[in-house]
Design a protein around this ligand. Structure first.
Ligand code: CP
Length: 312
C-alpha cells in the first residue's frame, strides 16, 4: 500500500480484514518492522480514539511517533498564489516538505469547514499534503472521509455477524451541533465493498452526496428501515444539500432499545448519550461501540504495516 487516504487504497478488503484480525491476536508479531521509522501525526482538530489508537498501532510495529496539534504550529496557507500578508504564516508547500524530512509516514486529521462546500469537497488540506509531502499520507479523518474508522467497522462487523449477508442500516440521529459527513460517507463506501443488505434512513433533507450513496435505498421511515436489521449504525450529519445546516432536531430519531430490538448497535464515538442514543442502548449487551474503538488500533496497524512493507 502506497498511502491510505480512502478505502480505495485497499486492494483486497476481505484479506485486509483477516490480516487485521491476525494482528489483533498477536499485536507484536511485527514489532521490528517499524524500527527507525517515524510516524508524524498532525491534528487540525480534536481526537481521542484516532490519536491514541494510531499511536498504539505505530508503537506495536516498533515505530517512533511525533504528534503535532496544528493549533500549536504556524497558521498554514493552502491556496496557491496568495499574498500572505494576513493571518497565514507558513505555506503547505514548505510545511509538507519539511515535515517529510522528519517522518516516514504522515497522518493528517482535518475536518471540513461545513461552510464552503466546494473547498471541503475538494479535500484541500488532505490533497495538499498528498501533493507536497514526499512520504506516504494516512487519512485520520478528512473533510469528507474517515477510512480508518470504516476499516475498524469492517473488522467489527466481520467478527460479529451471524449470517453471511447481514442487513445493515445507517441511521441519522439528532445532534445539537452541525457535524461532518465523513463517517457516514466512509461507512457507505464500506458498504459498497461488503456482502450486506444495506439501507440508509434519515429525515428528508439529509440525503448524503448521491455520488457516494449511488443505488443504495433510502427509507425515510426509521422504524421500517430497522425491520429485521442485524446491525444499526447511528450517526448524525448536517445537511449536504443545504450545506452544513441543521434542518431537524426531532428527538424521535434518537436510537432507543425498543426500536433496535435484537440488532447490534454501532457508532464511531464520541456519542452524546440520550440525544443520539439512549443509555439503555449504549449500556446494553448489543452495543459494539467499545469493540469498534478497540478495532481502531488494528485497522491503523494493518494500514501502517502495509505502508511500511511498501517502504522497505
Ligand atoms: N471515532 C473517532 O474518530 O474518534 P475520535 O474523534 O475521538 O478520534
Amino acid at each position: 500500500m502506497k498511502k491510505y487516504t480512502s478505502l480505495n487504497d485497499i486492494e483486497n478488503l476481505s484479506e485486509t480484514i483477516q490480516k487485521a484480525i491476525q494482528l489483533k491476536e498477536n499485536p507484536y508479531q511485527f514489532a521490528d518492522l517499524g524500527q527507525h521509522k517515524t510516524l508524524v501525526m498532525l491534528f487540525f482538530n480534536a481526537s481521542l480514539r484516532t490519536r491514541l489508537s494510531t499511536e498504539k498501532a505505530a508503537k506495536n510495529l516498533g515505530m517512533e511517533v511525533s504528534v503535532l496539534n496544528i493549533t500549536n504550529a504556524w497558521n498554514m496557507e493552502f491556496e496557491d498564489g496568495t499574498v500572505m500578508n494576513l493571518s497565514t504564516s507558513e505555506h503547505i508547500k514548505e510545511a509538507a516538505m519539511v515535515i517529510s524530512q522528519y517522518a516516514d509516514i504522515i497522518a493528517v486529521r482535518a475536518f471540513p469547514t461545513l461552510k464552503d462546500k466546494e473547498k471541503d469537497t475538494s479535500e484541500i488540506v488532505l490533497n495538499s499534503f498528498t501533493k507536497y509531502a514526499t512520504v506516504p499520507i494516512v487519512n485520520m479523518e478528512s473533510a469528507t472521509d474517515h477510512p480508518l474508522q470504516a476499516l475498524a467497522d469492517a473488522i467489527t462487523i466481520t467478527e460479529t455477524k451471524k449470517v453471511d449477508k447481514p442487513k445493515v442500516v445507517l441511521s441519522w440521529a439528532p445532534h445539537p451541533k452541525a457535524l461532518p459527513h465523513s463517517v457516514a460517507n466512509a461507512f457507505v463506501h464500506l458498504m459498497h465493498n461488503m456482502e450486506v443488505e444495506f439501507v440508509i434512513t434519515h429525515p428528508e433533507g439529509y440525503e448524503l452526496d448521491p455520488e457516494i450513496t449511488q443505488q443504495f435505498p433510502i427509507e425515510y421511515d426509521q422504524q421500517k428501515a430497522f425491520e429485521n436489521a442485524d446491525f444499526i449504525y447511528a450517526k448524525n450529519w448536517s445537511s449536504f444539500n443545504e450545506y452544513g445546516k441543521i434542518l431537524n432536531e426531532d428527538p424521535n430519531w434518537m436510537i432507543t432499545q425498543e426500536k433496535i430490538g435484537a440488532a447490534k448497535f454501532m457508532h464511531c464515538l464520541p456519542i452524546r448519550r440520550n440525544v443520539v442514543a439512549e443509555d439503555a442502548v449504549l449500556d446494553g449487551e448489543n452495543s459494539l461501540v467499545i469493540e469498534q474503538a478497540n478495532n481502531r488500533t488494528f485497522a491503523a496497524q494493518i494500514v501502517l504495516k502495509e505502508i511500511l512493507n511498501h517502504l522497505s
